[in-house]
Design a protein around this ligand. Structure first.
Ligand code: NAD
Length: 339
């Protein structure tokens, strides 16, 4: 069993913890927090030992009936891999702790590429992560872009990508974040950081991205246009999407044309937390004009990177060398079949 610790048990950390616990070859040795919150009761109910970043806060946990197993340093000592799911920028501060503990660590998309020196997306560069000490799982938007660009690039080659990201303002629980009534350019300048971030995984892809934030909490929506090097056929593109284990196809007959209806669908499917781990590509939007393919895809910001973290753990441990096998194992353990 691969021993996994989750440093930062928040939006991403709690999801990765559940996904890891579901795997046949992994176990959770601990999760960590800085201060008490409702998530600690979830960790307790799941049987995940709770570790704390600041030993001085021990009594504030214990008086709420939350037993503390030890410090984060002690947790690192019990793990083969730490998934760092702390807020963006904190991972960089934590890196010396992982180096000192001699433990492998996965950083999230809120960190710069240079923190790990290697940016990961399961079906793009799994093999290059084999045995590494540090890996960064790229952000939700970058994961969504990499999956489909890589799939089409393998089949046709890519001349150019243009993508516009309409981003959710905050996660559902983030009550202090806005905007409440605005469309915010993110940033005003072009490109947004997403294009360069895609190039940390797929260096050869010429891509320009623009982004804006809108007052919604569930999912991002991407409008993507890809110019390919060979003439594509729409039927073949739909087939490639359908065959991909993490590309979902929102079929026309379903009557879904919004993120709100996708959320309802995910809940009806009985997905934990209503999570959509797959990219959700709208079948009716896939349009081919010459060598250019255009489509909309919705990306569940809290979910798509969860399965990527699980694969990154296997790659870094070198226990499964084949990306397709790891992706199959991860999906099967979660009973996840792309829509
Ligand atoms: P979050 O704020 O929901 O959770 C972070 C958790 O880390 C909190 O529980 C916090 O108490 C804890 N924490 C803070 N400092 C800590 C420390 N020093 N030691 C241990 N725990 C600490 O954040 P999140 O949304 O889960 O984001 C985590 C990372 O994942 C970021 O890099 C973010 O950019 C990335 N990410 C987030 C999303 C998303 O939709 N939320 C999607 C993709 C990637």
């Amino acid at each position: 069993m691969i021993r996994v610790a989750i440093n930062g048990y928040g939006t991403v950390g709690k999801r990765v913890a559940d996904a890891v616990a579901a795997q046949p070859d992994m176990e959770i040795v601990g999760v960590s927090k800085t201060r008490p919150s409702i998530e600690d009761y979830i960790a307790k109910a799941r049987g995940f030992p709770l570790y704390i970043a600041d030993p001085a806060k021990r009594s504030s946990f214990e008086k709420l009936g939350l037993p503390v197993a030890g410090t984060v340093q002690e947790m690192f000592g019990r793990a083969d891999v730490v998934v760092d799911a702390t807020p963006g920028g904190v991972g960089e501060e934590n890196k010396p702790l992982y180096e000192k503990a001699g433990v492998k660590a996965i950083f999230q998309g809120g960190e710069e590429h240079g923190v790990a020196g290697f940016s990961f997306c399961s079906d793009c560069n799994y093999r290059m992560a084999l045995g590494r000490q540090f890996v960064r799982v790229v952000s939700c938007n970058t994961t969504g872009l990499c999956r489909i660009i890589n799939t089409l690039d393998r089949e046709y080659g890519t001349s150019k990508v243009r993508a516009v990201m309409v981003r959710r303002a905050s996660d559902p629980g983030e009550v202090k974040k806005g905007p409440v009534d605005a469309v915010v350019l993110d940033p005003v300048t072009v490109p947004s950081h997403h294009g360069p971030d895609v190039q940390t995984v797929l260096a050869h892809i010429p891509i320009t991205t623009m982004a804006m934030i809108v007052p919604t909490t569930f999912m991002h929506m991407h409008a993507v246009q890809i110019e390919l090097k060979k003439d594509p056929k729409k039927e073949r593109i739909l087939e490639l999407i359908e065959k991909h284990p993490r590309l979902g196809l929102v079929r026309g007959g379903l009557g879904i044309r919004s993120t709100a209806e996708l959320k309802e669908y995910a809940l009806d499917l009985g997905r934990p937390r209503g999570d959509l781990w797959e990219s959700c590509i709208f079948a009716d939007s896939v349009a081919v004009q010459g060598r250019e393919v255009s489509f909309f895809q919705a990306i569940h910001q809290e979910a798509d990177i969860v399965v990527e973290n699980v694969d990154a753990i296997r790659a870094m441990m070198g226990s499964v060398k084949d990306p397709d096998e790891s992706i199959r194992m991860t999906n099967e353990a979660l009973r996840f079949t792309a829509i």
